[in-house]
Design a protein around this ligand. Sequence first.
Ligand SMILES: Cc1cc2nc3c(=O)[nH]c(=O)nc-3n(C[C@H](O)[C@H](O)[C@H](O)COP(=O)(O)OP(=O)(O)OC[C@H]3O[C@@H](n4cnc5c(N)ncnc54)[C@H](O)[C@@H]3O)c2cc1C
Length: 395
Amino acid sequence: MSDPFIVDEFQEAILDTVRRYVDEVVRPVAADLDRNTDPEDSFSWDIVEKADAAGIRTMTLSEEWGGIGADSLTTGMVIEELARGDLGVSVVMAQTLKIAQILQAALTPDQQQRYIPGFRDDPRGTLAIGITEPETASNYFIKGDWSFTSKAEKTDGGWIVNGMKHFISNGNRASIYLLFVQTEKGKPLHEGSTCFILKRDHPGFTIGRVHDKMGERLANNAELIFTDCFIPDEDVIGEAGNGFQVLVDFFPASNAYAAATVIGNAQTAYDLSVEWAKTRIQGGKPLIEHDGIRSQLAEMHMMIDVARTYIRKATWMADNRGTVAWDPAMGALPKVYASQAAWKIATWASEIHGGSGYMKDIGLEKLMRDAAAFLHSDGVNRTLLLKAADSLFED
Ligand SMILES: Cc1cc2nc3c(=O)[nH]c(=O)nc-3n(C[C@H](O)[C@H](O)[C@H](O)COP(=O)(O)OP(=O)(O)OC[C@H]3O[C@@H](n4cnc5c(N)ncnc54)[C@H](O)[C@@H]3O)c2cc1C
């Protein structure tokens, strides 16, 4: 089905490249990688290196920095296409593509010179963002007097960071990290936390546990541990004490990217279901000729279409913030809707496949495990609804 938001040959060419990459590189190995019991074995550098060779890994960098300057609308489409092949691969790339956008927008010229070329030239260069910690998790999405437990104390020329983050996507794989820690004791996050940038081999920074996840297994998540870790003043992004403004100013499309990931997964579940319904005969005719199944498939199509339109709106608004006012609810709601829809679609797809839906070889149980990830990540949905309510009912 044609997408009215694909408006030029440039987007078409990018999406063709991504589809080819997904078909040739990701799909043939995804199920086998998913089955590995050690989470680290489910991650593949080969997949990342081939994304680099196809120009996908760096596509949000501007031409000046060696990329193609993909905007947020197109990046959302790319992330969805990647997730049609595998949700974990889409997450590895989505984190990298969105943080690369931040590196260009939020870093000073000196910071850009020190960080972007290394990322661009490393075929394994992936990026991560560390916010969540065991005690301060959903709290950072909603208004309140909370602080991070991980903290940085001022010293000559920089900061000494102590603490830990967990659940971090690409945590054990990234070469560059954005890190949010408390720099002003007792102040709420939006007044007392700071965003730092650092590299993987930074002294005082180590990787802890790699989480063993139910799904999204081709992406790794890990703990980040900081022990008397000195970070110089030159590596503060934005202003000290104003770290959350970095998220507000430079992260508008993040929620829509998460939504795009889970909708790519839903599209695959839907496509498999249509194919199955056309070929599986019960009650004397193909399933698709039974009204219950036909209408269920139409409802699945509708949910994907609505979610996708919402994603396109959010990414378009993020690209056009100079001309249209940004709606903060768009930074929370697309992922809520898309993940609820995708979860429903994955479970319905399994049901349409009957007993086969429960068997591993068909692939639906993987799609269900993968779809569940986004009920939890990028903010638990109930928390994101509270965040949206805070902006909708501010008065
Ligand atoms: C696969 C995955 C990838 C992730 N990647 C990253 C990453 O790259 N970087 C990163 O920083 N984080 C990441 N996270 C963390 C994620 O964004 C969530 O914020 C975090 O998982 C939620 O915190 P929690 O698990 O401690 O839940 P809790 O905060 O303990 O919430 C538990 C439940 O209580 C509800 N709740 C919490 N507070 C309230 C309240 N005030 N009112 C009503 N209900 C409330 C929540 O909605 C939830 O249902 C990831 C998580 C997962 C699962």
